[in-house]
Design a protein around this ligand. Structure first.
Ligand code: 2X7
Ligand code: FE2
Length: 328
């Protein structure tokens, strides 16, 4: 735990992101698997989203609601999110504009997601992440365009975890080019990016929450019901996808990291799994592949894809270990 004088006044952070904390002492409090189908925000009917719904996908949303309570209790300085829908070809990019706002529209589901976003970015942490990633030999860019349109993957995960947007954020892109070489090259880069992120968090003294913005199995229907939120029509794409999701969920929950990494290429191949974009591997690496049980808050289909909301409560795990237990 950080001492009282080391804790952050988050209200000042929301007006200036150029502040610095004493170096060192930062830690990752928790990580969340935070899938981003725009349907979830649509179903919540927040004022920021223009299309209005009659609800739907409640299981996943209830899972997210539990995560929100957890995050409010943790009072983190920052939420970092890695999104498959901010695709960059040259390097790993970090949002580096203190205040970003605008309209974000999902190009595939514009009738569900037209979201007026406003976010405070932790640019000092972005700088530290960039430096540490360069030290790992990665190609890196800071995104400094003040009119940048933030992607729906970043926004959906962040909105579902903290709809008040009163915690600064740091968005990280999905760098696609390593896949031109091989799966292993790409995932190795995500492992390095995760290690760099952890060091940056520790060095800047941040108490951080991580979000991997990934759906699991990703084959989906190409038609939707007349009413998209008609839950009588929603189901997983195939038995095969469901079985893969259950296998992966089991490995993630139990922390079977070697087996998870061994089957990941096959999972991606069989189900077009969105873990290919690297968000999940980035987060697991940043958390140092924790030897603990994770909590599955929800699992459910969205237009046939498989989605899980999961939590790794690193802070409780550390506290239990410190008290002489085995962790969670
Ligand atoms: O981006 C997505 C997704 N990953 C899953 C389901 C539906 C829509 O968008
Ligand atoms: Fe997606």
């Amino acid at each position: 735990m950080l001492s009282e004088e080391n804790s952050v006044d988050r209200s000042s952070l929301l007006t200036t992101t150029e502040w610095e904390k004493p170096p060192g002492g930062g830690e990752i409090l928790a990580g969340f698997l935070a899938p981003h189908p725009p349907h979830l925000v649509y179903a919540e009917n927040p004022p920021q989203n223009r299309p209005k719904s009659q609800g739907g996908w409640e299981m996943l949303r209830w899972g997210y609601h539990r995560c929100r309570e957890k995050i409010r209790a943790l009072k983190p300085d920052v939420i970092l999110v890695h999104s498959p829908h901010w695709q960059t070809v040259v390097g790993h990019h970090f949002l580096s504009v203190p205040k970003l706002s605008g309209l974000s529209v999902d190009p595939i589901f514009p009738h569900l997601f037209q979201y007026q976003f406003e976010m405070t970015v932790d640019v000092a942490l972005a700088q530290a992440c960039a430096e540490e990633a360069i030290a790992e030999g990665l190609v890196v860019q800071k995104m400094t365009n003040p009119r940048f349109r933030v992607d729906y993957g970043t926004i959906v995960s962040l909105h579902m975890l903290n709809p008040d947007w009163d915690i600064p954020v740091l968005g990280i892109s999905a760098h696609n080019s390593p896949y031109y070489f091989s799966h292993d090259d790409a995932q190795d880069q995500m492992i390095k990016l995760g290690q760099a992120t952890r060091r940056a968090i520790e060095r800047t003294g941040r108490r951080a929450v991580l979000a991997a913005s990934n759906t699991l199995s990703h084959l989906h229907f190409d038609r939707e019901p007349a009413l998209p939120e008609d839950m009588s029509q929603e189901h997983i794409y195939s038995l095969g996808q469901y079985q893969w999701d259950m296998k992966i969920l089991h490995l993630l929950q139990q922390g079977c990291w070697d087996e998870f990494q061994a089957v990941l290429p096959e999972f991606i191949e069989a189900t077009a799994a969105e873990a290919k974009a690297g968000s999940l591997m980035w987060m697991l690496s940043a958390m140092d592949f924790p030897p603990m049980k994770a909590q599955i808050h929800a699992y459910g289909p969205v237009i046939g894809t498989g989605n899980a909301v999961m939590e790794w409560d690193l802070q409780s795990c550390r506290a239990q270990k410190a008290a002489g237990g085995k962790g969670v």
